[in-house]
Write a protein that binds this ligand. Sequence first.
Ligand SMILES: [Zn+2]
Length: 328
Amino acid sequence: MSTFPAYPTSRPRRLRTNQNIRALLQETRLSISDLICPIFVRHDSEKRPVQSMPGQYQHTLQSIVDEVKKVEQLGLKAIMLFGIPEKKDPEGSDNLSPNGIATKAIQIIKKTCPDLLVISDLCLCDYSDHGHCCIIDPANKTYLNEPTLEYLAKAAVIHAQAGADMLAPSGMMDGTVKAIRHRLDETGFTNTSIMCHSSKYASVLYGPFREAAECTIQFGDRKTYQIDPPNAREALKEMHIDIAEGADILMVKPASFYLDIIRQAHDNFETPIAAYQVSGEYSMIHAAADKGWLDLKSTTLESLMAIKRAGAQNIVTYFAKEAAQWIS
Ligand SMILES: [Zn+2]
């Protein structure tokens, strides 16, 4: 640690006297290419607003065309796609179909904007009628790890065949990355990368997302697979394991309540770290701004800056489009 001469020789305020000197010394800079824009898509004739997430929509296979064009025009490099199937069943079978909503959406997006990176969410919860991230034993309602791995491996190949550049498994099943990596390599998709939700916490902040993705769980909770919020070392263990299994990017989710985890991930691993500013974080800022208690733009930009300062290289955020306009 350096030592500094005492006041009055040391006057840190000298370096804050005007905007130009503050800009010169800014340690963290937010750029448009840091941001990843989530997009929800469903079979429908018109896009539907998500009530609990102002400005967010469930897009249709038609409306995503203009949406991804706009995303690309704003300079964003990547989207994260969530499919909402017409029919949900216990096996989440829509996600294994070449005609499923995710497959169709990926194909349309890649045809519209071939260079825009498509990161597709890979989980069962959007597709299953029970809303859990795993296959369920109907007899005793237990969560089945290994059958879920087989499901995810199959879905990974289908998404990759449709044109997904990157897969984002978000279900926190043990062995997920290994199962997906192995199957992708076996089927020739060696360049399809994996952004694993390595440290996904059993957080209250996903509430508004459940409305957007229509994935409210019908029984039980996700605490046997998502990380317990008081734990940090457990998150690092998950990340160690995912790197060993072949994860290309590690994800911490949510972001703002877990900045310490992002920082520890950044300091412990060379693997790039992404963070997901989840629906609850988005909706809280919007709600406070709507009441006039906080300024939307400056609060959003400060929240994104904090996540980047903590060590996230990329941020999945529902503010991506607005932030891209504000940053440029
Ligand atoms: Zn899930």
